[in-house]
Write a protein that binds this ligand. Structure first.
Ligand SMILES: Nc1ncnc2c1ncn2[C@@H]1O[C@H](COP(=O)(O)OP(=O)(O)OP(=O)(O)O)[C@@H](O)[C@H]1O
Length: 308
């Protein structure tokens, strides 16, 4: 059976600058796959190439076995695309716009109405069928954008930063919708926000300077997020020397006169030992919080490993 998406030795150059270098990737199952990278890492370039909006300089992309350049019509039948700015015609009603996108997707005339109804139903916009798109909220416009991306039931839906700019309630709804869509098809989405990828994705592909620096399941990625420091607030702060007496602490520093950052090396019982020492020496611990690795640190760590 063909992979849903296969990317081989993909590179892209704008004028003289390489934006994407030697990307290899294969997706065989449904679910949400996250493309994570900071601004300018190359996410949109990869997505535009996958969707056939941009011709790559080198390499090959196949969607369900069809080469996006040599068999572009066939490949595009299996792709739905929600670009960073959804291509909405805001003077059309939801029905008019979705009918138009169904025609663009070459759905047979007799099947268009049913396809529009199904896409509206799936994305929860059926009650806005006759509303002009310009009179919809940002969250609902986003749903219309998603509806046009799934109207032809593609195997792969590509979403470029789909949760960007949504308010907290819209975010929850959008995540729910993306998860639902991923039950029946593969969703490849990009974000520069680690927590967003963390919440949504089964697999994560991390990009930096146009190269993949990590590609694995979210569980494997979580290993990089194990805390290596604790933030501790004291009522009666100890000295650094006292803190360093606790077994497992590798370094300690005070951030304020009451709050310290304590570093340790992958020791799961460290918090218990700090609390025990705090009780016996009356440090009056008020708060103790593990600090997860910052995205910047993880990027640095992974990119230095990938260069080794
Ligand atoms: N049309 C273009 N012409 C020249 N350079 C470009 C063009 N589009 C993107 N670039 C450059 O290519 C690199 C990758 O950009 P790309 O937009 O793919 O990154 P991104 O990860 O999607 O970033 P963002 O999150 O900011 O959209 C950047 O250095 C960018 O400046």
């Amino acid at each position: 059976m063909s992979s849903i998406l296969k990317i081989e030795k993909l590179s892209h150059r704008y004028a003289t600058n390489w934006a994407v270098r030697d990307i290899n990737l294969e997706i065989q199952q449904n679910g949400v796959i996250g493309l994570l990278g900071s601004n300018g890492a190359g996410k949109s370039t990869i997505m535009n190439i996958v969707c056939g909006v941009l011709n790559q300089t080198e390499g090959q992309v196949t969607i369900n076995g069809a080469d996006t350049r040599k068999e572009s019509e066939l490949a595009k039948q299996h792709i739905g695309f929600l670009p960073q700015n959804p291509p909405l015609y805001t003077d059309l009603t939801v029905n008019e716009y979705l009918t138009y996108t169904a025609e663009l997707r070459m759905i047979e005339g007799g099947k268009i109405k049913a396809a529009v109804e199904e896409a509206k139903e799936k994305t929860g916009i059926a009650h806005f069928s006759s509303r002009l798109i310009k009179n919809l909220s940002g969250g609902y416009r986003q749903r219309v954008g998603i509806a046009q991306a799934i109207i032809h039931k593609p195997k792969l839906v590509v979403m470029d930063e789909p949760t960007n700019g949504l308010d907290p309630n819209q975010l929850i709804e959008a995540r729910k919708l993306i998860r639902e869509i991923s039950q029946e098809r593969t969703v490849l989405l990009s974000s520069h926000i680690l927590s967003e990828i963390h919440l949504l994705c089964r697999e994560v592909i991390m990009i930096e300077s146009g190269r993949i620096i990590f590609s694995d399941t979210m569980d494997a990625f979580n290993n990089y997020l194990q805390p290596h420091s604790l933030l501790v607030k004291f009522g009666n702060p100890p000295s650094i020397t006292d803190l360093m007496q606790v077994k497992g602490i590798t370094k300690a520093e005070f951030l304020t006169d009451k709050q310290a950052r304590i570093f340790f090396d992958g020791d799961e019982e460290i918090a218990e030992r700090v609390i025990a020492a705090g009780v016996s020496q009356e440090w009056r611990i008020r708060e103790i919080n593990p600090e997860k690795g910052l995205l910047d640190d993880i990027f640095k760590q992974l990119s230095s490993q990938s260069l080794q």
